[in-house]
Write a protein that binds this ligand. Structure first.
Ligand code: SF4
Ligand code: SF4
Length: 121
């Protein structure tokens, strides 16, 4: 499958995970967030408004998915939001659902023989 190497600004041009999953978390996490953006889910769990419906879009997501987005509560976003990492399974599932190319993470390899190499010449 065609995929795209992760860049540091990938999320800024995406937002797919914020418009794909129900974003729920332990209720106490919501205390740092604007109450009008939160919806109770169970006795102990709350979720972001807009994510517990068929057409998911978190109320805190600004901009257009796949173009330019931002999270209006980024500093206080839930642990659930923070768990999704660029190019992980959840990320790519959401991206594919939004017709965006899946991402791949390229690990930077440290040359094992750096010292030897420096000694040459
Ligand atoms: S789906 Fe992946 S790339 Fe897109 S905003 Fe979420 S973590 Fe970032
Ligand atoms: S709170 Fe922010 S990071 Fe979390 S789903 Fe909503 S827009 Fe995305």
């Amino acid at each position: 499958m065609l995929s795209q190497i992760v860049t540091s600004d990938a999320c800024v041009h995406c937002g797919a995970c914020c418009a794909h999953y129900r974003v729920s978390f332990y209720w106490a996490e919501a205390e740092a967030m604007p109450s009008e953006m939160i919806e109770p889910l169970t006795a102990v769990y709350s979720c972001m408004k807009g994510t517990n419906q068929t057409q998911v879009k978190c109320i805190a997501l600004e901009g257009v998915v796949g173009q330019q987005v931002s999270c209006s509560i980024y500093e206080v976003r839930s642990s659930t939001c923070q768990e999704v990492q660029m190019a992980d399974e959840h990320c790519n599932k959401a991206r594919i659902a939004h017709n965006l190319i899946p991402l791949i993470q390229i690990e930077e390899q440290e040359a094992a023989n750096n010292e030897d190499y420096n000694q040459v010449g």
